[in-house]
Design a protein. Structure first.
Length: 115
């Protein structure tokens, strides 16, 4: 990942990255690890520049846009294609139960009444 791993410097630079990748693989799974490797490859192996008229600016912009598109798709998939203003509420605490104060609940919760 960081050049020549036969040198002590290359090994020292590669170990934290490999530990992080192994942690992602164990904790989050294979898809997350593959995504991390893809993003690493897109960003580490592309000449990055802020000088957009340089000959190598097109691959840099493409790598950044591909990374942003991957992040946007992941965010969209994670929220389940719901809009931010209309989030679906999970089951409420008393889902399926009669409202408090109804005769069905009186005396059923540890001997205390809910009236």
């Amino acid at each position: 990942m960081f050049g020549d791993v036969s040198s002590p410097t290359g090994v020292a630079l590669s170990l934290p990255f490999m530990a992080l990748l192994l942690g992602v693989l164990i904790r989050l799974g294979l898809l997350s690890a593959a995504t991390a490797l893809t993003v690493h490859h897109l960003l580490a192996h592309t000449f990055m520049t802020t000088h957009l008229t340089a000959w190598y600016a097109d691959p840099a912009v493409a790598g950044i846009l591909a990374t942003l598109a991957l992040a946007a798709w992941g965010f969209y998939a994670a929220i389940g294609a719901r809009s931010s203003g209309a989030r679906r509420a999970g089951p409420s605490i008393g889902a399926g139960c009669p409202s408090p104060g109804t005769p069905a609940l009186i005396g059923q919760h540890g001997g205390r009444t809910l009236e």
